[in-house]
Design a protein around this ligand. Structure first.
Ligand code: NDP
Length: 333
């Protein structure tokens, strides 16, 4: 028997801002699982900013997507046929074969997840890669301490909204966020417990932050002018967790770096980049600590849910343009 299904391919490499023409929906058929394999009906797909980098034909920490091949990424789904005893039909699993309705994968590439207390989609966000990214960035990269004043950019997104809340729960003296709309800023202060938040579209980010610092820790999701402003507003011995630089992901030419790098010297700052997958050793601690905060309601999360495989490319474009609050996911029927 075979299972008819559909998947999203990279039709062409984007130049600058991606468009829907860069993607194509393709029909295909999958065989039944061989021993050691499972067939999964995906229920939620993840769209993530790092995928933009994989659309360029450049060497990086993950190989580029291939033109004419399916785009993959985080997904959760239900096992509907199994060649592996430990993953029987009905098990919900997390895996990396996203952007498709069904996935035929090695059982070793599928991790069972507990959906008794949280929705399956949480494993793409708060209890998944973005949540671990926030935790690693604060705990290990910025070495956050109780009493630190923390600034988070991209604060209403998946990673940022969790980083800000985790900073509060780890004893920050103050947590300030930046995001791209009045609604997002209100969400940060009214519901997530940020002490203050600024809409970076209201003016120069450096000026908007005046009066909120100095900060001991900057969790950087944005780069560019945000990083320059943060360096100016960091306290002596401040630490930057360089997580992402979304302001430049669609740049066709490299944008100039911060003009105030001399402040790294004068303020004795530390700026450290990281990739979450290098820090899997913190996963157990993360699941225990953050799982408990989610379970007792101290840490809340939001998802922006888009329906249908066909909408996946648009969801990705909207993510890059700020159309999400919290984690952007695609729900499949
Ligand atoms: P988000 O949910 O934060 O979505 C992206 C957000 O970026 C948008 O919602 C938008 O919000 C904001 N944005 C887009 N363009 C700009 C701009 N020019 N200036 C400021 N903000 C902008 O995505 P994630 O939480 O998944 O990822 C956040 C960051 O973390 C990204 O840089 C990503 O690459 C990085 N990352 C890094 C990892 C690592 O291992 N180092 C792992 C996972 C993520 P707004 O409306 O506020 O503009």
């Amino acid at each position: 028997m075979t299972t008819p299904t559909r998947e999203i391919h990279l039709a062409s490499r984007p130049t600058g801002q991606p468009t829907l023409e860069n993607f194509r929906t393709v029909e295909t058929e999958l065989a039944d699982p061989a021993p050691g394999q499972v067939l999964v009906r995906n229920t939620f797909l993840s769209v993530d900013p790092y995928m933009r980098g994989r659309m360029n034909d450049v060497k990086s920490y993950v190989p580029p997507f291939q033109v004419g091949a399916v785009l993959d990424g985080g997904a959760v789904g239900e096992v509907i046929a199994s060649g592996e005893e430990s993953l029987p039909v009905g098990t919900t699993v997390l895996h990396q074969a996203g952007w498709r309705e069904h996935a035929l994968i090695s059982a070793k590439a599928a991790r069972p997840v507990d959906v008794a207390r949280v929705p399956a989609s949480a494993y793409l966000g708060v209890l998944g890669m973005p949540g671990l990214t926030a935790y690693v960035g604060l705990q290990r990269i910025a070495a956050m301490k109780e009493g630190d004043a923390v600034l988070v950019s991209g604060a209403a997104g998946a990673v940022g909204s969790l980083a800000g809340q985790m900073a509060r729960l780890m004893g920050a003296s103050t947590v300030v966020g930046s995001a791209g709309s009045a609604e997002k800023v209100a969400w940060l202060t009214d519901e997530l417990g940020f002490d203050a938040a600024v809409n970076y579209k209201d003016g120069a980010i450096g000026k908007l932050l005046a009066g909120h610092g100095p900060f001991d820790v900057y969790f950087d999701n944005v780069g560019g002018d945000h990083l320059e402003a943060a360096i100016s507003h960091l306290a002596d011995f401040g630490r930057v967790a360089a997580c992402g630089a979304i302001a430049s992901y669609n740049d066709e030419r490299p944008s100039p770096g911060p003009r105030n790098l001399m402040m790294l010297v004068s303020k004795r700052l530390t700026l450290r980049g990281f990739i979450v997958s290098d820090h899997a050793d913190l996963a157990a601690e993360f699941h225990q600590r953050v799982g408990a905060w989610v379970a007792d309601g101290q840490l809340v999360f939001r998802e922006t849910v888009v329906d249908g495989l066909d909408q996946t490319p648009q969801a990705f474009l909207d993510l890059l343009a700020g159309g999400n609050t919290g984690k952007m996911v695609v729900r499949l029927p």
